[in-house]
Design a protein around this ligand. Structure first.
Ligand SMILES: C[S@@+](CC[C@H](N)C(=O)[O-])C[C@H]1O[C@@H](n2cnc3c(N)ncnc32)[C@H](O)[C@@H]1O
Length: 212
């Protein structure tokens, strides 16, 4: 008989740079103790697919009272975030090298987040690959579970079909209402966004607040 597991295997990636103070190396089978990891119980915002931290660094510098957790699977990009955070003297950033949906689903405590930022996630433009997209109906459920009431998901993409999917899945979840993003948030452009905008490709953006 084939055994099936209700939980996907944890995608553990070997630890490197053990001296990096920004990099968390938690037990992937446990939910994070966010207050302990940041050394203070302040509101936490999560960025999934943080790249080299173009958003995270700027936004964290502007909001020192908020704790920011960045998730990125590529080590080189993660190290860049650490270097920039160190140079900027930022105390409110931590990073995790893990698979984004795994972190949201299995490692973030229920109701613990003030915000989730997802900027220019891999678009998977071919229809047969759409099932690989990070933002789907299940994602809205995990966002609902991890955001505090009043917490907000912020989404940006250059890909029109992915944006349609994002707005459809969040529009279909009654726990969320669409809200306007603050101007100071929209003013912070990510690296990918700057590249796309420079080529004349506009940013599609939307935000959804958890209301129930
Ligand atoms: C197109 S880039 C966008 C980076 C950044 N958000 C920006 O706008 O500049 C997508 C990023 O997500 C990361 N990524 C893609 N899939 C991921 C996953 N499943 N888990 C963690 N990171 C992922 C990639 O390595 C890449 O750095």
């Amino acid at each position: 008989m084939e055994l099936t597991s209700p939980v996907p295997e944890a995608p553990v990636i070997p630890a490197t740079a053990p001296d990096d103070p920004f990099r968390l190396k938690p037990d992937v089978m446990q939910r994070l103790d966010l207050a302990a990891e940041f050394g203070r119980p302040n509101p936490v915002e999560l960025e999934l697919g943080a790249g080299d931290g173009s958003f995270l660094i700027q936004y964290a510098a502007a909001r020192p009272e908020t704790n920011f957790l960045g998730v990125e699977r590529l080590l080189g990009r993660l190290r860049k975030i650490g270097r920039k955070a160190r140079r900027g003297g930022l105390q409110n950033i931590r990073v995790l090298r893990l698979e984004a949906s795994y972190v949201l689903r299995f490692m973030i405590p229920a109701g613990s987040l003030a915000g989730i930022h997802v900027y220019f996630p891999d678009p998977w433009p071919k229809r047969r690959h759409w099932k690989r997209r990070l933002v789907n109906a299940a994602f809205t459920g995990h966002a609902q579970a991890t955001l505090a009431i009043g917490g907000t998901v912020f989404l940006r993409t250059d890909d029109v079909s992915y944006f349609t999917q994002m707005t459809e899945v969040f529009g279909a979840n009654p726990a969320f209402v669409r809200v306007e993003e603050p101007a100071e948030l929209l003013a912070v452009k990510t690296d990918f966004e700057q590249e796309f905008n420079a080529r004349g490709i506009p940013t599609n953006h939307a935000a959804y607040r958890r209301v129930s």
